[in-house]
Design a protein around this ligand. Sequence first.
Ligand code: P6P
Length: 338
Amino acid sequence: DYQYALDRDSTTLARHVLQQLQSFSPEAQDLSALMNRIALAGKLIARRLTRAGLVEDALGFTGRTNVQGESVKKMDIFANQVFISAFQQSGLVCRLASEEMENPYYIPENCPIGRYTLLYDPIDGSSNVDINLNVGSIFSIRRQEGEDLDHSAKDLLQAGRNQIAAGYILYGPSTLLVYSIGRGVHAFTLDPSLGEFILSAENIRIPDHGPVYSVNEGNFWQWEDSIRDYIRYVHRHEGYTARYSGALVGDIHRILFQGGVFLYPGTVKKPEGKLRLLYESAPLAFLVEQAGGRASTGSQEILDVIPDKLHARTPLIIGSREDVALVESFIQEGDRQK
Ligand code: P6P
């Protein structure tokens, strides 16, 4: 009968948040409204990506480099602006901190009333846009502490344990929004005919072990010996398979469902690695821990790392608890031999 389909199609993200919290408190309503705006941003970005070859300013480079020293793609700029626009006139988010912006952007009408901060990577893996492979957006929501009138945003330099929501949008064959507000991990699929993200998987649990190891082996000779020893181990042992897309969100999503480990270790030249803590590693660590997995720098839980600056980087080892522990055992063995 249509009742089941109707009920499922009515389980939007905004409703799901309130169901999760079993509450209609002001904070619950805030969180529901915040996730609704994130969904809007995801829809606007998905629409442009699906027409990238047909509209202007979606493919190719802007000719500029960002604070990370990376060349900026047109889609990076567009997606960065989409999240700002999605939160305008919301009264919710005063500050947005993004991979693409050296300093946080303050939405005038939302400050200082806005009690929340959005930290995000608007298009993660943007090198995949021009070759039509999956890309993602990563988001993290934190409470604003204090009025931050000097715009120093010092309260953002805190451990990832105090995130109140985190997740990603995966722009793939279907557009998925995967999120957690600390009560499990849930996935929504965009139904373009409805223009809504509809609940498609609830209480996702990552296997304790899986066959996938995901790492850029092109860096093999830049790593510490201990990482090379781990790679030699998985090369020699049956049951492992390498999968690496060059876009973090897709690689993590695969591991969330199939199990295994993604690693972006530091190199001898860049011991802190490439990935950024506040809007890449910490939100993904929050999500994977909520699904029963782990995320580590190799010596510390990602969610306990306190950054010294907004764009701080950390090495990242994330996925099934047994596979993360195996990588750490090689690192600890290496440290013992130093
Ligand atoms: P490399 C994309 O630029 C990104 O930030 C992540 O999405 C991805 O996992 C990683 O960098 C890829 O980096 O050095 O392997 O090309």
